[in-house]
Design a protein around this ligand. Sequence first.
Ligand SMILES: [Zn+2]
Length: 132
Amino acid sequence: MKITNIASGSKGNSTLIELDNKNILIDIGLPISNLEKRLGRPFPKIDILIITHTHVDHIKGIKSIIREQNPTIYTLENGLTEKVSSKKINYQKSIEEENLIIELFEVSHDVPCAGVYIKYKNKELVYITDTG
Ligand SMILES: [Zn+2]
């Protein structure tokens, strides 16, 4: 599990998690072209996109990634559907695939917001943003 914090702060947030055969992106607060520049290499194909909440600095690039890569999207935040009406959004707290467990849990913020727990093989990650 390789974790890269591509962007962090009020202008945009995005964290890339690369597994052996699958890539996960948590939040997409900037368009892919901008994230790719920051990453300094071709932006990888994202299989799973997790949106913690719908503040613009976490979703600004969502239309670009739907258009260019069409990843499976998970979130807990009901408001996402109206922002990307053409795309199916999965509202579920737990995702299990081979060697991979992802769990979303509620954290305190001024809008509904998810924390993310990821277990891949013997590695674990907890990601929490904007809470308070
Ligand atoms: Zn926020």
